[in-house]
Design a protein around this ligand. Structure first.
Ligand code: GLA
Length: 385
């Protein structure tokens, strides 16, 4: 790994003592001009899609249609910075088909059109997810109906957007070592009804409908050093290896990357090793839901933003050092629309500051971290762009 030299690591971990110990003082810090009061300006000259694009990378964010329609500043920033649009909720089964046969395509159609108008690829999220099921699916599907129902859902959705959605999260979060199965898979509705084959079935069905779409397995908790994360990586690799050996049409792993200020076990080496193992299977890697849970950082905005940006730095340095990583997607572009205020609130009641833009669409140090990381990355090529 050429870039993760002791000096770079020490610079990122920051203390003068660690720099001296590693004999690094001659190397300039990565962000020499990034003081705690440094907020990058919103200009059209430097955009994340531009810097990423120069390296063959796509940058984007997850979004719901109303977040773009109702907020002009957000929409402008999105158009300026994103070459990829991930659908946040509006392609989930509960949204698309809340009642049997009652399809609700309007928001997803709008997002796909918006993306194309502004020259963005679309990352469709998600076809099969235990939390994404419509309630009626779980309540009204017996053993016999399960397979045709899953197939029909995938055919309907992938078919509608054939040629328009670049990549699909076909299956989301199918691994959970806490469920204590030998294969590490999560006990879900689909596993119970169809057995472990539901995963292959979902990929094969999506591929039949749109053979050009990039098909992704997506999951969280793969990034840290904790025991559970280790088990999850092992189980995920085993599952992916099996799929590859059975010629299941899968092209990529999505690592969600909801990172946290509370982790003390993040290890660049461990993550790098995992990414290499995935790449060795011939798969691409999409960083699919990046953000930083900031609840363990102080209230002060400037200090918090700086610390959050350092989490982005450490993570992106490893992620972008791996040539198989082709896209970076944050779970929202602005703190105004982060899910974390509801799901990982701060004890002090202050709003979470986890994304590249603040509530008022001002660029934050995290934006600069992304720009710097793209700038430092080697050039690469999307398999199917
Ligand atoms: C998971 C899911 C997403 C979204 C996020 C946070 O990571 O994949 O669809 O629900 O949680 O809200």
């Amino acid at each position: 790994m050429k870039r993760l030299l002791p000096c770079r690591r020490s610079i990122l971990s920051g203390t003068a003592a660690s720099l001296l110990a590693a004999g690094c003082m001659a190397v300039p810090p990565l962000h020499i001009n990034r003081s705690t009061d440094h907020y990058p300006k919103n200009t059209d000259d430097l955009t994340l899609r531009g810097v990423a694009g120069e390296k063959g990378l796509k940058f984007g964010a997850a979004v719901n249609a109303h977040e773009l329609r109702d907020n002009a500043a957000h929409r402008q920033a999105f158009i300026r910075d994103c070459s990829l649009l991930a659908t946040k909720n509006e392609l989930k089964w509960w949204h698309l088909q809340p009642r049997p046969g009652d399809y609700n395509w309007a928001q997803a159609d709008w997002l796909v059109d918006f993306a194309h108008q502004h020259n963005m690829i679309v990352h469709g999220h998600t076809l099969v997810w235990h939390e994404g099921n419509a309630r009626w699916v779980v309540e009204e599907t017996d053993q016999e109906e399960a397979q045709p129902r899953l197939i029909k859902h995938i055919r309907d959705v992938v078919g509608r957007y054939r040629g328009k959605i670049h990549a699909w999260d076909v299956v989301n979060e199918a691994v959970d070592p806490l469920d204590d199965r030998d294969d590490g898979l999560r006990e879900t509705f689909w596993l119970e009804k169809l057995g472990v084959e539901y995963i292959d079935l979902a990929f094969r069905t999506a591929h039949e409908v749109d053979p050009d779409a990039v098909l992704i397995y997506n999951d969280y908790g793969l990034e840290r050093g904790a025991e559970l994360s280790i088990e999850k990586r092992v189980a995920t690799l085993r599952m992916l290896e099996g799929m590859v050996s059975r010629d299941v049409p899968i092209q990529a792993l999505g690592i969600q990357s909801h990172l946290s200020s509370c982790w003390d076990d993040f290890s660049q080496e461990t993550l790098a090793e995992f990414l290499q193992q995935v790449a060795d299977l011939g798969l691409e890697i999409m960083v699919s839901e990046l953000d930083v849970i900031d609840k363990c950082y102080p209230a002060d905005f400037a200090e918090r933003d700086q610390r959050v940006s350092e989490v982005y730095d450490r993570f992106l340095e490893v992620a972008l050092d791996q040539p198989a990583v082709k896209t970076i997607t944050t779970w929202g572009l602005s703190d105004r629309f982060t899910w974390l205020n509801e799901f990982r609130p701060r004890q002090d009641g202050l709003k979470v500051r986890s994304l590249p833009y603040d509530d008022n669409m001002r660029r934050k140090p995290a934006w600069q971290s992304l720009a710097d990381a793209f700038n430092n990355a080697d050039e690469r090529r999307l398999v199917q762009s």
